[in-house]
Design a protein around this ligand. Structure first.
Ligand SMILES: CC(C)(COP(=O)(O)OP(=O)(O)OC[C@H]1O[C@@H](n2cnc3c(N)ncnc32)[C@H](O)[C@@H]1OP(=O)(O)O)[C@@H](O)C(=O)NCCC(=O)NCCS
Length: 158
């Protein structure tokens, strides 16, 4: 695990594409996903001063997964805005590396980093039928909003 760096933008974009295509059989092409304003919001201009992320790497130092957070405003076109000062988390693991504990480890590392950076809460958005929803619950996130098949979840870091 290492901190995300400015040069990780393309890999983070890959993870946004993976998250958008999480459903079995979904193969939206990368340009289609990244031209969506919501998806673009999660990576455009990476790495801004308040952006923070962690990258999981394999034995050859190749990135295999990432989790990061960004601060948004009420005007931002995103799924999981809760309040100013509450960052939204985004996570993805490369297909070959899933279901081996990488996602949970990324989630824990990013939560620790957010706490260390003084945030009181962390938010995220997930489609209700994604198993990741159960992962987030097991890591202390609770649903605060449910609409249109999506859940907005928040975890207190205090
Ligand atoms: C969601 C994701 C980040 C989770 O990372 P991961 O490395 O696969 O997850 P982990 O191996 O850490 O598993 C975490 C928990 O989820 C469960 N889990 C993992 N894969 C699962 C699957 N295919 N179906 C159901 N549960 C699963 C595990 O049982 C595990 O719980 P446990 O520790 O009690 O065994 C990753 O699978 C992913 O990138 N998926 C596609 C994109 C996506 O959906 N992103 C999230 C959008 S909000």
């Amino acid at each position: 695990m290492r901190p995300a760096m400015p040069g990780d933008g393309a890999f983070l974009a890959d993870m946004v594409v993976e998250a958008a295509n999480w459903r079995a059989g979904s193969t939206r092409p990368r340009p289609t996903v990244l031209s969506d304003p919501v998806h673009r919001s999660y990576i455009a201009g990476w790495q801004r001063p308040a952006d923070h992320g962690v990258v999981a790497v394999d034995a050859g130092s190749h990135a295999i997964g990432a989790a990061w957070y960004r601060l948004f405003s009420p005007e931002s076109i995103v799924h999981g805005f809760v309040a100013s000062g509450v960052p939204e988390l985004i996570i993805g693991v490369s297909p070959l590396w899933r279901s081996q504990g990488v996602g949970r480890a990324l989630l824990r590392a990013l939560t620790d980093a957010a706490r260390g950076n003084g945030y009181a809460r962390l938010a995220l958005s997930v489609e209700r039928d994604n198993f990741a929803s159960a992962l987030y619950r097991s890591e202390g996130f609770a649903v605060i909003r449910s609409a249109g098949g999506r859940e907005t979840m928040v975890r207190s870091l205090r």
